[in-house]
Design a protein around this ligand. Structure first.
Ligand code: SF4
Length: 384
């Protein structure tokens, strides 16, 4: 029979763990293992007198077997499982409303421990991944402070940053749903609600957790980060030289229009933004995607197309045109398909790669923030 630890001994361990991992504690002072990086999990095991091999086992149980309960960790001793029950926790987001698109896209709304909500989108539109491989678009903040005029999240303002585990758990929960079908999350895209560079420390930790080979195992090259143009964030990414995909929400070709659509441009204008993009590409070498939402009569003229090509000259780029998802917004109208087609043709003729984002998800309010805004007052938990 396993020896039982005394309460005094366990309290001593708990104290040491609280001192070692203050940022990873839940409301009851237990360590949330999903907030720990692999090397911290080793430190956690060392405090419990366990080898680093044990940390690898825990990583695999959490991110590969995807268990939610220490008792399911069958190759871990009963004594250690009892300690884990007392000293640690595996926090989880609560799935509130899975909302299925008619097409191949689903949107998920998750409840956070403090009652806030966050959303993410599962997509199967990346044909080159194969039918069993899925991309998830995840959120990095509850709400967003950046105030982009065309964005529902921007209108609601920032509520708070997500912790690293709250970011990773969006992908993990979707993966758990895919397991039964033998499908796999192959790409993770930081393009949901929030500006990732405004929560960069937690986003960085989430990227490391997603990328960990013994854990979730999404390759760096399959993680994309989208920013509205926070230049110091791009510079930090340049220093790190991670081979991530960088995407820029551009949406305008003059400072005058971009100042109006995206207040961030008043702080870092087009010249500063594109300068940072050039330096990032020199260092990291990866093509940069420029997102461009098509707004009729605002940014979709032939002159806009020509200016766009001139602006991006010298940057290896992909321009991704996004048909605007008509939120209830009095100011903007969606560009007609004909106008979008002509814009795309002109950009391509002038030598830039230009794609049109397929409208998977438009039937499930997949524009940023809408689901959260509409359902904030009326969600019910559902079985995961
Ligand atoms: S578009 Fe992105 S950066 Fe702009 S307000 Fe919306 S979530 Fe924030």
């Amino acid at each position: 029979m396993a020896r039982v630890d005394s309460e005094e001994y366990l309290e001593g361990l708990a104290q040491r763990l609280r001192e070692a991992f203050p940022q990873a504690l839940d409301g009851e002072g237990r360590v949330n293992l999903k907030e720990l990086l692999p090397e911290q999990l080793q430190e956690f095991c060392a405090i419990l007198g366990e080898s680093s091999y044990r940390a690898g086992q825990l990583l695999r149980w959490i991110y590969v077997q995807r268990v939610t309960d220490f008792q399911a960790m069958s190759n871990i001793s009963a004594r250690l499982r009892a300690r884990l029950e007392r000293l640690a926790v595996l926090s989880q987001l609560q799935l509130l409303t899975p909302k299925h698109s008619r097409q191949d896209t689903s949107k998920f709304l998750f409840g956070l421990p403090d009652g806030q909500m966050v959303e993410c989108v599962k997509m199967r539109y990346l044909e080159h991944l194969g039918p069993e491989r899925v991309a998830v678009c995840i959120s990095s903040q509850v709400g967003c402070a950046m105030g982009c005029q065309f964005c529902a999240s921007g209108q609601a303002g920032l509520v708070r940053n997500l912790k690293a585990w709250e970011i990773v758990d969006q992908a993990l929960q979707i993966q758990r749903q895919l397991d039964a079908k033998g499908e796999r999350v192959a790409n993770v895209v930081f393009m949901g609600i929030g500006e990732p560079f405004n929560n960069f420390d937690n986003v960085l930790r989430a990227i490391q957790l997603l990328n960990c080979g013994e854990g979730f195992g999404v390759g760096m090259r399959h993680i994309a980060l989208s920013t509205c143009g926070i230049v110091p964030g791009i510079e930090r990414l340049t220093e790190l030289a991670y081979p991530l995909k960088l995407a820029i929400s551009l949406h305008a070709t003059t400072d005058e229009l971009r100042n109006r659509l995206m207040p961030v441009n008043r702080r870092w204008n087009l010249e500063a933004l594109l300068g940072a993009c050039r330096r990032y590409q020199e260092r990291v070498g990866r093509r940069i995607t420029f997102e461009y939402v098509m707004l009729e009569g605002v940014n979709d003229s032939p002159e806009d197309a020509e200016r766009l090509v001139r602006l991006l000259h010298g940057i290896r780029s992909l321009v991704n045109l996004i048909p605007w998802n008509a939120v209830d917004h009095p100011t903007f109208k969606r560009s007609s398909p004909e106008r979008v087609r002509k814009f795309q043709e002109r950009v391509q003729r002038l030598g830039l790669r230009c794609t049109l984002r397929r409208e998977k998800g438009s039937d499930i309010d997949a524009a940023c923030g809408q689901l959260r805004l509409r359902q904030a007052a009326q969600v019910e938990p559902v079985e995961a």
